[in-house]
Design a binder for this molecule. Structure first.
Ligand code: NAP
Length: 479
């Protein structure tokens, strides 16, 4: 039985590194039926705005498996990346990047046996790209994090640990500052961890995680984290073990798996037959394990290590010191099939069990909810006390009260000890109901109408209490 895999060579060095990977995988004798498809620069130039043609999407829908090279968005042909299109269309919510020391590669960490798996949430967070200019000089990006997304990625991280026989999962968040969004990840992690008692679960603040990864990277095993944290930590990880030529990766979702290196199309090296194919090749090794071809994966992995141990390498490792070409390096790996290395002890890999979560859209249920007020974001340069007096009057006319005004999260009215931060032309006014009542639509619209007669508002947020818990945070200095 052969497995059908969609193959995209991609742009720049893609043809060379994906070509090398295909040749090495085929040489193991594993039966793969490659469906070669297009995406990237040439497709954009044909006027397909996504950079991914229908035939390619159809192929991936059928195979549910993709091995790909890097894709470019040529200047002047749309602003969206074909990579992001693929990840979003197929909801590959988990990005995994192994960070492991290679023999023969000189780094400041040589001999420390770094062996980390970074699990990055891949579809939520600031990367949803929901951005607005609140004023010409004040930009806003929405950081959307869901309980379901957090449970999925945390469960996935523990399943990765089980599949690879790992012992510890760290969850890196900024929950101390972003108590709702990053805090949701922390809380989901702590809840999910209870289902995996054999694995040690530790929360770590993400900045400390970066610090510890540089000081003692050998202490980490699996790290699970939100999208932007993961983007940064995983590049930090690549830097620890030899750079982009050694950084494989995979994007996984429910019933879908896409394998690709971290690096891009390195246009300066395209067509020169000098580039290091290891990152894409080890992404291919991850693919082989995903489809259950553990022996072939082991053969390739060990042959790569043996090749490096024999001092055979491409020019990125030690410039101008006997480096071989990409094709020579590819053949050198195939020649070493059957060799083993003590650098990476054999692991009892299993297939990663993908999480199965409820499909319910209202994933978290509440028994009660109440809208108790409204945050209104204003564009104004009005003097603060005048603004405060105006908004207090507007509120009292409607049986509301102005709780406070803040500037970028710091209360400015009433001010804290007469101090004001560096002011801009944007602020937020918080209005609350006077009594125990609910703020209805009529009152909301009336408030906005009355504010709008004197001030320009551009954004609002309802202040809701869910099951007795405030669904909004306080400003710095708000009581
Ligand atoms: P890049 O292609 O990753 O290349 C940056 C540098 O990294 C190269 O000049 C080279 O550096 C080194 N490098 C990359 N791959 C290597 C390999 N296999 N072996 C050895 N060294 C390697 O990043 P970029 O120049 O920023 O991006 C180029 C294009 O790729 C852009 O259009 C970008 O959008 C796209 N891109 C695509 C993906 C993707 O498809 N997933 C990811 C990233 C970027 P030295 O000069 O130090 O040797």
């Amino acid at each position: 039985m052969s497995t059908e895999v969609t193959l995209i060579y991609g742009d720049g060095i893609g043809k060379e590194v994906v070509g090398a990977t295909k040749k090495i995988i085929d040489a193991t004798g594993v039966k793969i039926d490659w469906d070669v498809c297009e995406a990237g620069a040439e497709v954009f130039k044909r006027g397909i705005a996504s950079g991914v043609p229908e035939e390619t999407l159809e192929s991936i829908k059928r195979t549910r498996l993709l091995l790909k090279g890097p894709l470019e968005t040529p200047v002047g042909y749309g602003e969206k990346s074909a990579n992001v299109t693929l990840r979003k269309l197929f909801e590959t919510y988990a990005n995994i990047r192994p960070v492991r020391e290679f023999p023969g590669i000189d780094t400041p960490y040589k001999g420390r046996h770094i062996d980390i798996m970074i699990v990055r949430e891949n579809v939520e967070d600031l990367y949803a790209g929901i951005e607005h200019m609140q004023t010409p000089g004040v930009a806003q990006t929405l950081k959307l994090i869901t309980r379901k997304g957090c449970e999925k990625i945390c469960t996935f991280a523990f399943e990765v640990a089980l599949a690879e026989g790992r012992k510890t999962v760290h969850c890196a968040t900024k929950a101390n500052i972003m108590k709702f969004s990053e805090g949701m990840m922390k809380r989901a992690f702590e809840d999910v961890a209870k289902k995996y008692p054999s694995i040690e679960a530790k929360h770590i603040i993400v900045d400390n995680c970066a610090h510890q990864m540089v000081r003692t990277p050998e202490e980490f095993d699996v790290i699970v984290t939100t999208n932007m944290n993961g983007d940064i930590l995983s590049d930090l990880g690549s830097g620890l073990v030899g750079g982009l030529g050694f950084a494989p990766g995979a994007n996984l979702g429910t019933g879908i798996a896409m394998f690709e290196a971290v690096h891009g199309s390195a246009p300066l090296f395209a067509g020169k037959n000098v580039i290091n194919p290891i990152a894409v090749l080890l992404s291919g090794v991850m693919m082989l394990r995903h489809i259950g071809e553990f022996e072939a994966a082991y053969t390739i992995e060990q042959a790569v290590l043996a090749t490096l141990e024999d001092g055979v390498y491409t020019q990125d490792v030690r410039k101008n010191e006997g480096a071989v070409s990409t094709t020579e390096f590819t053949d050198a790996i195939i020649e070493r099939f059957g060799r083993t290395s003590s650098a990476w002890p054999k692991r009892d890999y299993k297939k990663i069990k993908m999480p199965e979560l409820s499909n319910e859209r209202a994933y978290v249920k509440t028994t009660s909810r109440k809208t108790v007020g409204l945050d209104v974001f204003l564009e104004t340069t009005q003097e603060v006390n005048t603004l405060g007096a105006d908004l207090e009057k507007i509120a009292s006319d409607l049986s509301l009260h102005l709780k406070m005004i803040d500037s970028r999260g710091v209360k400015i009215y009433p001010s804290i000890g007469g101090l004001l931060p560096d002011m801009v032309d944007q602020c937020r006014a918080r209005f609350l109901m006077n009594d125990d009542g609910e703020m209805d639509l009529f009152l909301t619209l009336k408030l906005l109408q009355n504010i709008g007669e004197k001030y320009s508002w551009m954004h609002t947020e309802r202040l809701t209490v869910f099951d007795g818990e405030n669904g909004f945070t306080k400003a710095q200095g708000e009581d």
